[in-house]
Design a protein around this ligand. Structure first.
Ligand code: PA5
Length: 444
């Protein structure tokens, strides 16, 4: 299995009896999920996605990726939340956080429409100057303000550069199969479109065209990614006793009920930083409702041991850590002896830096356990496509089961609307006039 749960450091925090007592609740949650009888069951398309996906579209994704690789030096990915995080997380983990700066024969990739900051937008426009670019605009609803604004800008840029007709070879839209402004606009303009399935919510959509097209443009093997997810789909049907995903969901709920309010995802690889962001959205948006839910947070060690380490070791005892233990780093670095040894580091010589990193991990796990922070370990074989596909599916299913055990609908996000309606009212969007005066009075 590409992902394994290691519970050896949980002994002082969770007993076997407590794990056993969770079985009926997990079984009930799993039954609701598989029978599609739980809350939000219209959004379970991701469950079978690794084996039941549109093969014709999958081939079109690969063809579009080749086309972009052939006609562009830069790909602009426009999307926000679930319509962007998964692709970026996968590309940074599979390739590198320095992907754009590496020597390669695939386009640089920049992400816009994930904020409304004018400086950020201007900087990316200037990066495109004099360089051939393509655009993949991604929005399931087709109406989200941030990506819609960015697309307006990059559509014009592409039309100015390539002409209205030529722009069709540089603009690709991923959206609803039939409805929404983006779908209508794409059909009118003649852009190639890809589908976000109706029954797959944004944060569960990385293994659809939403994630797959940018990931394929970066030169990653999307067949292997899907194979890994398919293996997880089959492995994670096992019963509770044999199912690490279900046990992880149980552990989260046990620790939550024992007063832990925060789960901190930890990796000892900076290339995992965007996966941390993807995980935060997945669990935060799925479980954070009805005044419930663990707050998902994240750190990259050893970097953050020098900023958050003190708090984790001795601050409020409100968290547990879930450590993604990457067994095989992409590369290693052999540490050579320095005759002068002025820095006193010769004791580290004659071994690989991965060993030093591992010792830092082991030392930290022991210290944090001692400090009263439960350590859940998820062992990840490596950071290749197969393992990543497996990990993505593992987290998605764990999130669904954990959410049902918690007693929430893991597949909606009603709270996300509040800021939007305030923003629209304050901006004077037609239809929001009523709320404007009251909001402005509150702002003073
Ligand atoms: O998970 C979700 O549903 C959200 O994060 C959405 O992905 C995000 O709000 C973007 O929505 P859309 O794809 O409709 O533009």
């Amino acid at each position: 299995m590409a992902v394994k749960l290691n519970t050896r450091y949980l002994g002082g925090f969770i007993s076997q009896d407590e794990m056993d007592a969770m079985k009926p609740q997990v079984d009930a949650a799993v039954k609701m999920l598989h029978d599609r009888t739980g809350l939000g069951s219209d959004f379970l398309g991701w469950l079978e996605l690794p084996t039941d996906y549109d093969k014709e579209e999958f081939a079109r994704i690969k063809a579009a990726a080749k086309k972009i690789q052939g006609n562009s030096e830069v790909l602009i990915v426009i999307g926000i939340g679930g319509s962007y995080l998964g692709a970026r997380a996968a590309i940074e983990l599979l390739k590198s956080p320095f992907y754009n700066n590496l020597k390669k024969d695939t386009p640089d990739i920049y992400y816009v429409g994930n904020n409304i900051n004018p400086t950020y937008l201007n900087e990316i426009i200037s990066i495109c100057e004099g360089r051939d670019f393509s655009v993949n605009v991604i929005s399931k609803s087709g109406t989200t303000t941030e990506p819609a604004l960015a697309f307006r800008v990059f559509k014009k840029l592409a039309e100015d550069r390539y002409g209205k007709d030529g722009a069709k070879d540089h603009i690709f839209a991923t959206t609803d199969k039939a409805k929404g402004t983006l779908k209508e606009l794409s059909d009118t303009e003649g852009y190639e479109t890809f589908v976000v399935p109706d029954d797959v919510g944004g944060r569960f959509s990385v293994l659809t065209a939403v994630g797959l097209l940018p990931i394929a443009v970066a030169g990653c093997d999307i067949d292997k990614l899907m194979e890994g997810a398919a293996k997880a789909q089959s492995d994670l049907m096992a019963d509770y006793a044999e199912n690490d995903c279900y046990k992880y969901a149980a552990i989260r709920n046990i620790l939550n009920r024992k007063g832990k309010q925060v789960e901190m995802l930890v990796a000892y690889d900076p290339a995992f930083a965007m996966m941390n962001e993807w995980y935060k959205q997945l669990f935060g948006e799925s479980e954070g409702k009805d005044n419930k839910g663990l707050l998902p947070t994240s750190v990259v060690f050893s970097t953050d041991l020098h900023s958050m380490g003190q708090f984790i070791q001795q601050g409020s005892r409100l968290m547990f850590e879930t450590v993604v233990d990457i067994k095989q780093p992409k590369q290693d670095f052999f540490l050579e002896k320095d005759e002068a040894n002025l820095d006193g580091l010769n004791f580290l010589c004659g071994q690989n830096m991965s060993v030093v990193n591992r010792k830092a991990q082991e030392g930290t796990i022991l210290a944090h356990t001692e400090g009263g922070v439960p350590q859940v370990i998820l062992e990840l074989e490596d950071t290749k496509e197969f393992s990543l596909g497996y990990l993505i599916y593992f987290f998605e299913k764990a999130c669904a089961v954990s959410g049902y055990v918690l007693g929430v609908n893991p597949f909606n996000q009603p709270g996300v609307e509040s800021y939007k309606s305030n923003m629209f009212a304050l901006l004077g969007k037609p239809g929001y006039e009523g709320a404007r005066a009251a909001l402005e009075a509150k702002l003073g």
